[in-house]
Design a protein around this ligand. Structure first.
Ligand SMILES: *Cc1c(COP(=O)(O)O)cnc(C)c1O
Length: 375
């Protein structure tokens, strides 16, 4: 089996239909039927029988989306279904599993937004990740685990929650956005479905919105594709071409971003005496639990958070930086910092979230040092 970087570049070579090295951007929403009346077939009863490689209408499937799914499937050793956002992927997971009870912890606010819609429309019961709540799971229910978690990249023990779910006949969905390949493979520790916001590290250039769901089961993959036709949440044509471009550099980007983030988190953690503005640094590399190294085999999350002494310092800090744009989101080649209170009302107002990009890490550390002096 070729390894990640090779697969990211060559994983779907056999599906190329023209000699172009970069598959052409294909924006067609509809595809011509055969001109031979004898070969025309009436639609059978039941759900639309979408066939990979035989595009009809782009909501059902299209060539660039299929190249993306095949490549990501090979990279992750699973079957991939691509969506028009990370949240569409989460919505599709819940639609497929249809839980009565959802155990969910701290994490991305948008996922809680989906859970609240399900509570409103379907009476979904939401519980925490505490043992006494996990014990209330029944057959077909769901644990939703985000690890490493937004915004502080704290790591949770995937195997522990997989065992808890499976003991009750429930399923474990892991949001692995903060640890893309090659950092973490949640399937190794028992996840049933793995989700990534491809807007972040898979995309990597802050220029596309997409999500993926991964499954080890071909049957589940087919069911997800069938649902997606009617949810109307297929990845868009143009975004697919951008994402294919991104997959070619996934490993290169993620490994460097991970190493730089680990170096910066260490620098901040060791500079608390010198720069008393630093109150606390949160990163998977600073977490001591034994399962952290076991899960994050390929390296630590390229996103982390730190707290300054007070809200005023945190509000000002981004304005003192040259190389970190003050913006939400993460995973791009450009470093970002966010005074996280801007988009999440559940976090400390003195917390800053940092997404480390591909700039030289020593330039980033010098930039942060100057900002620490300035607040
Ligand atoms: C961004 C993000 C999402 C949502 O993804 P979109 O592509 O914005 O829909 C879900 N989970 C995590 C951890 C994220 O960072």
């Amino acid at each position: 089996m070729p390894r990640l970087s090779t697969t990211g570049i060559h994983g779907a070579d056999h599906l190329h239909t023209v000699p172009d090295v970069t598959p052409p951007i294909n924006i067609s929403t509809t595809f011509k039927y055969t001109n031979d009346p004898d070969k025309l077939e009436k639609a059978p009863p039941g759900p639309f029988p979408y066939e990979v490689g035989k595009p009809v209408y782009s909501r059902e499937g299209h060539p660039s989306g299929e190249l993306v799914e095949l490549t990501i499937g090979k990279i992750t050793n699973s079957y991939a279904v691509a969506y028009n956002s990370g949240l569409s992927a989460v919505y599709a997971a819940y639609t497929h599993l249809n839980p009565k009870v959802l155990c969910i912890g701290q994490g991305y606010h948008g996922v809680h937004g989906i859970a609240d819609i399900w509570k409103r429309n379907h009476g979904l019961k939401q519980l925490s990740l505490k043992d006494e709540d996990l014990d209330k799971l029944g057959e077909g229910d769901v644990i939703h685990l985000e690890t490493p978690v937004n915004p502080d990249s704290q790591v949770f023990d995937i195997q522990y929650f997989a065992d808890k779910a499976h003991a009750k006949g429930a399923f474990l969905v892991v949001d692995s956005t903060f640890a893309p390949p090659p950092l973490q493979d949640a399937f190794e520790f028992g996840a049933d479905l793995v989700m990534h916001s491809a807007t972040k590290y898979f995309g990597g250039h802050s220029d596309l919105l997409a999500g993926v769901l991964l499954t080890k089961s071909e049957k589940v993959w087919r069911e997800l594709i069938d649902d997606r036709i009617y949810l109307g949440t297929n990845i868009a044509n143009l975004e697919s071409s951008l994402l294919l471009r991104s997959l070619k550099t996934l490993e290169l980007r993620v490994l460097k971003q991970s190493a730089s983030a680990t170096k910066i988190a260490k620098f901040l953690d060791e500079s608390k005496d010198k720069y008393p503005a630093i109150a606390k640094v949160h990163h998977s590399s600073l977490q001591k639990d034994e399962f952290v190294a076991r899960q994050l085999k390929g390296g630590h999350s390229p996103t982390f958070a730190f707290e300054l002494q007070n809200e005023d310092q945190a509000r000002k800090f981004p304005s003192k930086l040259k190389y970190f744009y003050h913006a939400t989101s993460l995973g791009g080649v450009e470093s970002l910092i966010e005074w996280r209170a801007m988009s999440d009302n559940t976090v400390s107002p003195s917390l800053l979230r940092v997404s480390v990009g591909l700039e030289d890490v020593d330039d980033l550390i010098e930039d942060i040092t100057e900002a620490l002096k300035a607040v």
